[in-house]
Design a protein around this ligand. Sequence first.
Ligand code: 0X9
Ligand code: ZN
Length: 432
Amino acid sequence: MKLIVLLALFALATAKHEMYTGWKSYFVKLVDEIQSKLFASLADKYELDILSHPIIGREGLLLVKPEYNDNFIQDLISIGITFRIHSEDVKSELDYDDLMIEQQHTDLKARNVGRQLPYDNYQEIEAIDDYLDSIGRQYPDVATVVNAAESFEGRPIKYVKISNTNFEDESKPVIFIDGGIHAREWIAPPTVTWAIHKLVEDLTESDLLDNFDWILLPVVNPDGYKFTFNGNRFWRKTRSTDQNPLSTVCPGVDVNRNFDFYWNSVGTSNSPCSDIYAGSRAFSEVETRVVRDILHEHLHRIALYITMHSFGSMILYPWGHDGSLSSNALGLHTVGVAIATTIDQLSLPNFAKYVVGNSALVLNYLASGGAEDYAHSIGVPLAYTMELPGFTNTMQGFNLDPRYIQQVCNETWEGIVVGARRAGDLFKNKRL
Ligand code: 0X9
Ligand code: ZN
């Protein structure tokens, strides 16, 4: 009987990532603009799923479907783009990731680390929500949990407001950080929950609450996030359907193409089956509207907005739709560099150094309707997309090893602190 149960569990576990059977993953390195353009056309032609964008001189990581593999490799060779295999079998790599996560749970239990916290491991949405609620219950004087809306599938979209003056001191700048716009970018939510931990449970620098109010939204897209835990590890979008006839077979909108900033004009798709589907209209998604409404409610005092993504070790700023610079480009760059150098000093040798710059120029692709562009366009002076680290050239699986989550949380937090203080200084000057 025991054996049957064990076999059934094994079968269940190995069946989990069945849909990625036969997929392969590659590291790709581009040397110049020409290769970069050619690569972009290959990405379209072979529907590549790019997990980390290759930029000139720095490898990226991508997935190839079984039916395209041979032709894709032939094209790479004939164009002269350098590549190397990451995995011959994406499914088995995903099984490896699951094992690592399980191992981390076991290690934490063995070390007697009571409850499992969202920044200790990659955690299900329910564990993250429970953590936020427990923070609200235990620290009502500084933390207020807001159930902003229900997602398309009815999950709460929760954020935490943190303030030692009940958000009533209008002279304080607000720092707004979100994560999980893209469901599969699992390293993002822990950096936001860690920020909550550092501001509420383990405040070590009192100026952070004396001088700022904070809004922290760890998972913008809970439906997509949930879906990535149920066998669709590489899901990126929401899970909504709309009037488009294809939408029931291909649900979901890319939240980072759904903001009303040159909506659906470049680097987007009209097809619901695309990973960069812009939606039927700007702000079609309740998830996008939650971010929009926070930005507008506190616009007069949001000094800094950071939206957490992965991977790539990049700090990206507007404008992403055409690569031009905003009138605050100098400020954006200076504060971006301050954040990046802080993080780099704390980073590990096998992590890449941060790159700072305009998103379109760094990534070499244009994309409209992005969160940080929208925030900046309505008046948030400092607005960034952070592509967190987590991708190393020796990596196995697709997750940063869960043992390093803490490292990323720590270094990112120190970067946020520097960014907040710089933003606070600029904000003070603006108000004089
Ligand atoms: O393409 C994106 O949405 C972001 N990269 S990711 O790999 N996380 O998907 C970059 C967004 C850059 N910002 C804008 N284009 N506005
Ligand atoms: Zn992303």
